[in-house]
Design a protein around this ligand. Structure first.
Ligand code: BTN
Length: 248
């Protein structure tokens, strides 16, 4: 479903998320800040997000919520909608690596940095920052497993067309955030076959106890916690983001 996203393209900015946060008071719902180059792109866990200028998509979508529209306890549905919107692109066979990386087989195509604001028990805004590798073919060796649409297919892509595809996908999903049934259905889709490594044995590290183990992902709870069967200790445990690392 077409929604009224308004895209502002910048040649260069430190970080589209930082830019959106600096202007959050003036920006309308569905504003999108996209940059051809970021000089201080920010990733998860305090990492930098460094990409080749002009080759990829780096953008932030501003979502605004009226008081009471979306409770803080339900905010994982923003992650689910954003991840499903990107995973829905036609150009690659994608999976969502919990919570919001987009993978193709065992390679990372896209990362997200979602920064929410709240007042009381309500979410007031969300800045959904998305870095999707499109036409870049060589990556910094410090990155473990990056890929791009071009690396996967050998073809060049129009970054603006991919951005419109993602926004169209998100536009169709956003109304689901507004009702309990909609959120439940969004969650079911997120928690289905699209979830990377679901039901498959893999190696993980429990960062709280600093132990490695063989595990099988069982699913993700509506609050965003990942449930995993620890095969080494024969127990099921649930983790918040940063408490668990994947070995890939
Ligand atoms: C990750 O570490 O996987 C998250 C990367 C998120 C990068 C995007 S690029 C657009 C937006 N602006 C930023 O500074 N970060 C996000």
């Amino acid at each position: 479903m077409e929604k009224n996203f308004v895209i502002k393209w910048l040649d260069e900015i430190d970080s589209t998320n930082s830019e959106a946060l600096r202007h959050i008071g003036e920006l309308d719902n569905l504003s999108v800040i996209a940059a051809r180059n970021q000089t201080a792109g920010r990733g998860q866990r305090g990492n930098k997000w460094v990409v080749e200028p002009g080759a990829n998509l780096t953008f932030s979508i501003v979502l605004k919520f009226a008081p009471g529209q979306l409770k803080v306890r339900d905010c994982f549905c923003i992650t689910e909608a954003a991840a499903l919107a990107v995973a829905g692109i036609r150009e690659a066979e994608t999976r969502i690596k919990w919570p919001n990386d987009i993978y193709v087989r065992d390679r990372k195509l896209c990362g997200m940095l979602i920064e929410n604001g709240s007042s009381g028990d309500s979410i007031t805004y969300s800045v959904v920052g998305i870095g999707l590798n499109v036409n870049q073919t060589s990556f910094d060796p410090s990155l473990t497993n990056p890929t791009s649409l071009k690396k996967l297919t050998g073809k060049d892509f129009d970054t603006e067309a991919i951005l419109s595809e993602i926004l169209d996908n998100l536009g169709s999903l956003l109304p689901m955030l507004e009702t309990e049934d909609g959120r439940a259905s969004l969650h079911q889709t997120y928690n289905g076959d699209v979830l990377y490594r679901k039901g498959i044995k893999g190696r993980y590290r429990d960062n709280l106890r600093d132990v490695e183990f063989e595990g099988i992902i069982k699913g993700v709870a509506e609050n965003g916690r990942l449930s995993i069967l620890n095969c080494t200790e024969a127990v099921e445990a649930s983790y918040a983001f940063k408490e668990l690392s994947f070995f890939i």
